[in-house]
Design a protein around this ligand. Sequence first.
Ligand code: UD1
Ligand code: CA
Length: 458
Amino acid sequence: MASELTVLIMAAGHGTRMRSSLPKVLHPICGRAMVLWVAEAAREAGATRVVCVTRPGEGVAETLDGRVEVVEQVEGEGTGAAVLAAREAIEGSDTVVVLSGDHPLISADAVRELVATHGREGAAATILTTEELDPDGYGRIVRSGDGAVARIVETKNPDGVPPDELAIREINGGTYAFEPRDLLDALEAVAEEHGERYLTGVVPLLCQRGRRVVPHLTRDTLSMFGINSRADLMEAEALARRALLRQHALAGVSFTSPDTVTIDAGVEIGEDTTVGPGVSLHGATRVGRGCTLGPQTTATDATLGDEVTVSHSVLVECAVADRATIGPFAYLRPGADIAEGAKVGTFVEIKNSRIGAGAKVPHLSYVGDADVGEEANLGASSITANYDGRKKHRTKIGKRAKTGIHTSLVAPVSVGDEAYTGAGSVISKDVPDGALGISRPPQKVIEGWATKDREPRE
Ligand code: UD1
Ligand code: CA
């Protein structure tokens, strides 16, 4: 293997067939921009330097956010022009690997194997190829008698491509290893076609100069899968999702209905957790061991401890500690912090609040900007009135406190440790420890009201 490995990622241009205002390589696969998948594979393959070619103003550099070097393609169109834009970055390196930003499922192994073949063959260029995909739209590999690559026939526009060349199954996967000097010299001489300078145009030129271009034939169809349209994107998403689920399954996670589950790259799930039907886990969500998730649960940037149970719920930027139970039909919003063994039940919404260990909010409540003490119990339909129309205020509920059903807590207000509130109360003054706060009009009883002298019933 070469001592220094520079990887160049071609990632400029919108990709007109995507029909999108978003540049192609920023479209997400399992929640992560395509170009980030490629950058990660490059790093994992042992690249000493990773350089990404983008166009100014497309937002790719911002997404890469300093993870790799960026050069701008300001002149010329086509993959050849993309490589020339990075001339300074590659000319001093031993070997340069060129990756396509629209092959998000490229594996580090594929890159390593390509580089190994390149070194072993002493080739000027080595190209990753396969015969296992539908070749439609890919460049076809035309081999010479000795098995080397003689040229690559582009078939994006198949009109005018001879039938025997269209019949070739072996395709160019857009992943190459090159000797930088040979590459740059040949690229200078590549003529433009349809206003583009094709990187693949270097192949016949290298052959003419007596340099060898060798194929590295692979069965790794994920690495070879390029994205030019949203239909391709949809297929890649399904392939990536399946691969991710498989990784989690091998790491000890059970999926009872894998075809209905969506998990973003980067989500962590502990051993012995069971993920049921209709579960979507996004962003930086982390799930502990022995949890039961689902059915129908969506979590985004949520942190769950061990043995947590969640069903039919939505969790966003919140934390749920060990053995807590959530749902069915709960909504945990940003800043919800549910302590160990707590219960958040049916039709309950919690925002920016701490629910103490073992506390229960079982039914029909809104808890916003509150601190609920351990083992407290909020009666059905306890609601914090946290907003006075101008400002948010906090509510404090003490340890082992119990609010009666239909308690309105008008913040700022506190209910002390082991205190109670009466059913139907509007609590706007603090209730001290151990006290009962009750605020409801005394009940009147009107005897014989039903038979009283009133208008007759219709
Ligand atoms: C290319 C190959 C084709 C191969 C296929 C594999 C060429 C001429 N053809 O075709 O043989 O089978 O990939 O998927 O290379 N890019 C730039 N700057 C540009 C143009 C493209 O950076 O000016 C980037 C794109 O962002 C993209 C990649 O290069 O990530 C490939 O470009 P694309 O236009 O998709 O090439 P294909 O037609 O798919
Ligand atoms: Ca492509």
